[in-house]
Every structure is written in structure tokens, then in C-alpha cells.
Design a protein around this ligand. Sequence first.
Ligand code: P5A
Length: 439
Amino acid sequence: MRLSQYFLPVLRENPKEAQIASHRLMLRAGMVQQSSAGIYSWLPLGLKVLEKIEQIVREEQNRSGALEIKMPTIQPAELWQESGRYDDYGREMLRITDRHDRDMLYGPTNEEQVTDICRSHLRSYKSLPLNLYHIQWKFRDEVRPRFGVMRGREFLMKDAYSFDVSKEAARIAYNKMFVAYLKTFERMGLTAIPMEADTGPIGGDMSHEFIILADTGESGVFFDKEWENTTLVTDISYQDDLEPIVERFTSLYAKTDEMHDPATCSVADADLLTRRGVEVGHIFYFGTKYSAKMGAAVSGPDGKDIDVHMGSYGIGVSRLVGALIEASHDERGIIWPASVSPFDAAIVNLKAGHAKTDPVCEMLYEKLTQAGNDILLDDSSESPGAKLASMDLIGLPWQIIVGPRGIDAGHVELKNRRTGETVELSPESALNHLLEQFG
Ligand code: P5A
């Protein structure tokens, strides 16, 4: 992509409304634009990151055996009246009336909608286990939308729903998602600690939140300091017995503040850490809470009906964009992990239109692009200082900086955004170095 043909509305000044780094940097890097409180337009650079995250989430869901579907954003009120949540959900639910005066709502989550699919099509225990997921926009009329996409009103969630014949079988589904979450967050370069959590309006008796530690996070958390020495090793196969693996993680103390009770806490004060964090995922087992009320049953081997045991599993896809930035930035801007970076590298032509820099930039751009990499070429007419500041701000892992003086001396600069390390290399060596990096 040539910057001259792109839409990257970077801001030089810090926007006043942004209180935390990720919100500030997302606005400054031209990733999003606020439409109304807690509702955002995703601009090209932001959308690219959102879609990269979405794809990692999708791949790990698929690997775990879950099947992708797409349910609507707008749901009929009847389904929620059946489960009893239409009234319980309160003012967080955006209620809509259609032209026939039918009560509808913009879905804050999809337990009811997916239970309706299950009861319409599943007849026998032989169809189970089943896990259906989608990646879809949600709306929650939060009292205090804040921190940009971190607590939005409209936000993108991956939500999966498992169906099983018994509590034991549902536990296997729960463990699979647990492991899929460890793998998903690891691929994004994040350490997300699974913590025992409250089930809130979703309900049920077993639940874990996956939390990234960050001072600006909204969740208070308590955990054994042993977590600091624990690697969330995830070269685990879904064919393995996952129970001992999940138990290993869940037996080490980690609870959200709603669940932590100093009176019953098993960890000595000296070994207990208290921090803040961002909840990027939340998984639930709630048994037959929805299936019993909504009549989602299958016939068992003995011909008798069994209410389906269900769990639901959420990942905050749009929140992750902010969470990743909270976890990885410096005073100059964002530092993307390669797996979610909007482009693989930038080529910065410090003097676009110059007879010496242009051909070198074109050669690098063409060779890197032909090798299948997604490259941003800054061919704009901005000043060199502004260009370098913008590139640090948008945080691509690599920059090749091409200036007329360097070319005269036979070199370009290859900069690693994370370490800040810059080396002078011939254009060919810089190219080969990057091709090796990208594999
Ligand atoms: C699980 C999937 C659920 O809704 N039903 C379907 C269950 N869980 S949850 O914890 O309420 O939400 C799942 C994840 O969505 C993200 N999230 C948000 N992201 C941005 N803005 C919000 N207002 C918001 N609310 C929830 C979180 O990452 C959460 O873990």
C-alpha cells in the first residue's frame, strides 16, 4: 500500500477525551473515530488489526472443533421472554420496536438465539457434542462507556456456545475452550491469566475470566505470585486429555475481586499479588439454565429426553485491539506484535520524488510485496521528521528508512520498532534480512 493512496488520518496532538494510552494512540494513529459515546467507526488501519485478531480467534476456534455460524444482531424479544432475561437485563439492553410494533432488541449476547437453533434442529444425543460460534457486533448500553474500544457500547465479540448431554461432557467442551483461549492469546503475544470469575447476568456455576495485567485495567484481581513463574504452555493437542492441563492452571489461585474473599483465601498474604487487569475473555458453564426454560432437549440412548447442558465462551475482539496496545507501547506510539500488525513493514522514503530514493524504495516495495508481504510505502510529501514520528506512532515491527544521503553512502536504515535498534545496510541486505524475518 502506498501511503499517498491510503487513508491514515494521524493526529499530532493528544486528544483531550482519551484518558488511557490505548485510546489516545488509537485516535492518534487514525485507527478509529468516535461516532457517539462508546460507538466507533473503524478506519482502514484499525480495521486491519481488528480483522487480524478476528482471524487468529477464528483459526483457534476452528482447530478446537467449533463451527462458525453468523447469527443476527437484531433479535426478537420473545426469545428473551422465554428465558426470563428480557426483564432481568434492564437498561443495558437496547430495545427496538419494528414497524409492526414487534419488540426487538440489539443483541448483547446470543444464548437465547443459539438455544433456539439447537431446539429446532437437535433431536438425538448422537448429534452432540456440538459447539457453534460467531463473530458478531453486540450492543450493551453501558452506564459508563469509556477508554475507547475497551468499554464500548457497540463492540465485536466472538461468542461460542457448547451443547452436551451431561455435565461431564460439558466439562470436556469447557476445557477445550479454555485451552483454545490460552493458544489464542499466546498467538497475539499476550499473557492472559485465567481467573475464577463471577457469572453475572449470563448465569451458571463455573466461570473463568482471561485477564491481561495492566494498571489501567478495570478489573481488580488477586493471584498467587507463582503465576509470575508459570508459562502458559500451549503446545497441547485437542486429542489429549485436557482435564489435568486445565486443572494445573485452575488449581493455582487467581480470582477476580468479586470472587476473592480474604477470609477463605488459601494463599498466604506474602504470596498474594493484587493487581488490575483487562478482561479479554470470559467462559461459562451454566448447565440447563436456558435449555430447560426454552425446551432444548435431545433423546438419550434410553429414549428419554435430556435437557442439553450448555456453556458460552466470549472473547472481546474489539477490546483486544485496545488491550494489545496497553500491553505494548512506548512514549512514541504503538508497538505491534507481528501476528496482529496492520502491515508487516514500512518503507519510508524520506524524500519522495527524489531521483535516488525513489528507485530504491520501488525496488524494495516490489520485492517485498511480491514475496507475499503486506508493506506500507511512505511516498508522501511530509517532512522527514513527521514521517518518522508517524511510523513510530503506528508501530509496524520494521521500518526501512531511505534517504538521499544514505543512498549516496550506499545504505538504508533498517529499524526494529520494538528494540529501537537501527542498522545501516545496503538496500539488498536490508531486503534479505526482512525476507528472512518474514520466512
Ligand atoms: C460469553 C459469550 C458473555 O457475554 N455470552 C456469550 C457470554 N460474556 S461477557 O463476559 O459478558 O462478554 C465476553 C467478552 O466480551 C468483552 N466485552 C466487551 N468489550 C468491549 N466493550 C464492552 N462493553 C464489553 N463487554 C464485554 C469482554 O472481553 C468479555 O470478556
